[in-house]
Design a protein around this ligand. Structure first.
Ligand SMILES: [Zn+2]
Length: 446
């Protein structure tokens, strides 16, 4: 990692450059062929690639470990899988697409009729060209996925069915990237990295989180940041179970998923609904000029379900574009390299950067001259902002900051109350601070 020389807001131009969208996309393209699962070599290989970009601690939790009400499963690995017809042709071939095998399939190698094989085949009749993504993590079984059109070409035959997999005691692997800031209060960023060749659901957030960590690692940070690359559900349960004493340090958090499609940004609030991250996200989206949606919390979705379970109840929301399950390509072979776009990845990253910049700068101040307005003119503050096209707004921002900086309103509160953009309020506060008119309140004083 390079030395941190710059603050978060000045990284904006780098982060918003279009080339960054292409860099994220390139990482997705590299990770796309790997057959990942909730455990196994594909997950490790993925972390190994991410580790070339950011400092990543890789943890292994043995199979059989109790994690709250769950147990870390056996480790699954796969070398090959196919269905051959009587002429020896591979008509379903794992090596052509890893979605062809039901993830976590137990080994099988024998001959069978179409009727028997048919009970192990999964297709999507409504999307006849696409291969579905199916898993069987917690029930030992096996199966193949294929396009419905292909199924219809399969006649009576003696089929040789082979899944060369292993389901054995091993471990669950996850990656953790910790970026220490000025204080130990943390921002948690979590993404699942357990899906095989699927781009929007999984790889978009994995790659975006990697680049977010890479760029935050170059900034001087107030908060510490913890990035988790985990298998969905069992990964967050495992991490929470093994770090329960630590969760109080988490002040804000985001689950990232589906951040690369063409749709607009959707934010799902934390269980608390009015956490600072919820307010920050609502503010940034409102002022973004883009279309967006904000959803209330519900106990369904991705790892926010675990972070927001009642005994944990962290202020963790979920950031995505089109939410999982609401686009037809979801969990199919059509969630591919064409489905995610560099511009969308760059925009999602820029939005997250803006959120973190807001959280970093959302401080509470005390006006040092609260009895009537201070005379701004004699301090050169009118001149300091004169001639700028938006001088009026900046002047208003300073007046709002002075008026509401009574130790009880954060800058985000002031931005919301004044209906001004946070950046304008923050700029006003910085100017006033430089002139000795504001003093930061100790953290937690507000
Ligand atoms: Zn998924």
């Amino acid at each position: 990692m390079s030395t941190r020389t710059t603050d978060l807001s000045s990284l904006r131009s780098t982060l918003e450059s279009s080339s960054l969208g292409h860099e994220i996309y390139s990482l997705i393209r590299e990770l796309y062929p790997i057959c990942r699962s909730i455990t196994g070599e594909g997950f490790r290989e993925t972390l190994g690639r991410i580790r070339k970009e950011i400092p990543l601690d890789v943890h292994e939790v043995p199979s059989g470990t109790r994690v709250f009400d769950w147990t870390v499963p056996k480790e699954w690995n796969i070398r090959d899988a196919y269905v051959k017809n009587s002429r020896g042709e591979r008509i379903i071939d794992f090596k052509r697409h890893n979605l062809h095998v039901v993830n976590y399939s137990v080994p099988v190698h024998r001959k069978m009729s179409l009727a028997e094989l048919r009970t192990h085949l999964h297709t999507l009749p409504d999307q006849p060209d696409w291969i579905p993504y199916r898993t069987s993590y917690y029930k030992e079984s096996w199966g193949f996925c294929l396009s419905h059109n292909q199924l219809q070409t399969m006649g009576e035959n003696e089929y040789e069915v082979c899944i060369d997999s292993a389901l054995e005691n091993g471990s669950l692997t996850y990656g953790e990237c910790y970026l220490p800031g000025e204080n130990s209060a943390e921002v948690l960023i979590s993404c699942h990295a357990c899906h095989p060749s699927l781009c929007n659901d999984n790889l978009s957030s994995v790659a975006m989180a990697t680049f977010l960590a890479k760029y935050l690692g170059q900034a001087q940070l107030r908060y510490s940041y913890r990035f988790l690359f985990i298998p969905g559900t069992i990964g967050s349960i495992t991490w929470l179970s093994q770090n329960e004493d630590h969760v109080n340090a988490i002040q804000h958090g985001l689950v990232l998923t589906c951040v690369g499609d063409r749709g607009h940004i959707t934010y799902k609030k934390s269980r608390r609904g009015d956490a600072e991250i919820d307010c920050a996200m609502a503010h940034v989206l409102k002022h973004s000029g883009h279309r967006y949606d904000i959803e209330s919390f519900s106990p369904y979705g991705y790892d926010e379900r675990q972070y927001c379970s009642p005994g944990i109840d962290l202020p963790v929301g979920r950031f995505s574009r089109t939410p999982h399950g609401t686009f037809p390509e979801y969990h199919t072979s059509a969630d591919n390299l064409e489905f995610v776009r560099p511009f969308a990845l760059a925009q999602s990253l820029a939005m997250c950067r803006k959120i973190f910049s807001l959280l970093e700068n959302n401080k509470t101040y005390q006006n040092q001259n609260p009895k009537c307005e201070p005379q701004l003119g004699k301090r050169g503050l009118y001149r300091a902002i004169g001639g700028l096209a938006d001088a009026g707004a900046r002047e208003m921002a300073m007046l709002w900051v002075l008026n509401l900086s009574d130790g009880f309103h954060s800058l985000l509160d002031i931005a919301e109350r004044s209906e001004l953009d946070f950046d304008a309020i923050e700029f006003g506060a910085r100017t006033l601070r430089e002139h000795g008119l504001l003093k930061e309140c100790a953290q937690g004083a507000a």
